[in-house]
Design a protein around this ligand. Structure first.
Ligand code: 6PG
Length: 250
């Protein structure tokens, strides 16, 4: 695993650099393998990135039609619900792209949680032509970081943290009073590249713990994202970086 850390002066500059990076990786994947698999993050941080990428919808040099779109996690709501991660990305970005609906591999949050997880796992395997025990090699996974150290919907103390076989889990999240649907470490850690995008002063404390504190992924699940045969990139704005020592020692 190779790991890097980059700090950008503002969240806007972070989003602009991330937009260029997404396009760059999609192009590289399509040149190398004729297709690209992109896993989107939920939450608010990536929304400015998604808006910037929407502005490139008509850019003929971006191979949008060769991308397979996945999600790192989803809430147990239908796609039109304001909490839906799919709905958020669809409304600001994906609805504007020249892409075929069958390329959108949505997590069906409207279904009972375990059924949605099983269906999403089958869909990942089908879309990527994976064998029964084969792990997905997503070209790029975008992730955020919660102030409690969660990422995707891998929350502190969750039984999903110990999942080593299934690609998708449907853990009960007590602090939310609901189930969540999430890729597991086996799915995340087999990726070719993982980019954490973290912005805002409210993330500075947890970021310092994640990056410079003791390795305790049960308490700080983001620490468990370590793509063995891939790249790990932490892209931050100055507010989130706070007083972090900038030399990468991941
Ligand atoms: C979600 C995300 C979650 C998010 C973090 C950070 O569904 O909410 O997958 O893991 O990335 O909670 O959220 P913000 O970007 O809103 O701070």
């Amino acid at each position: 695993m190779t790991a890097t850390l980059r700090v950008f002066p503002t969240a806007g500059e972070l989003a602009a650099a991330a937009a260029d990076e997404v396009v760059h990786r999609l192009r590289d994947a399509v040149v190398a393998r004729g297709r690209a698999s992109l896993v989107l993050a939920g939450g608010s941080t990536p929304m400015s990135l998604y808006q910037l990428l929407a502005a490139r919808a008509d850019d003929p040099t971006v191979p949008w039609s060769a991308v397979d779109w996945f999600w790192g996690d989803e809430r147990t709501v239908p796609p039109e619900h304001p909490e839906s991660n799919f709905g958020a990305a669809w409304s600001v970005w994906l609805s504007k792209l020249p892409i075929a609906p069958e390329r959108l591999h949505r997590i069906e949050g409207e279904l009972p949680a375990e059924e949605a997880a099983a269906r999403y796992e089958r869909e990942i395997r089908r879309a990527l032509s994976l064998g029964p025990a084969e792990l997905p090699r997503f070209d790029l996974v975008l992730l955020g970081l919660g102030t409690d150290g969660h990422t995707a919907s891998l929350f502190p103390g969750s039984p999903a943290l110990s999942e080593r076989q299934r690609l998708v889990a449907a853990p009960w999240v007590a602090k939310l009073g609901s189930h969540r649907l999430t890729l597991t470490y086996p799915a995340l850690n087999s990726a070719r590249a993982v980019h954490f995008l973290v912005a805002g002063a409210e993330k500075a404390e947890v970021l310092a713990q994640v990056m410079r504190g003791p390795f305790q992924p049960d308490l700080l699940p983001a620490q468990g994202v370590r793509p063995e045969r891939g790249e790990l990139h932490w892209w931050l704005d100055e507010e989130a970086a706070g007083t972090l020592d900038r030399t990468p020692t991941l």
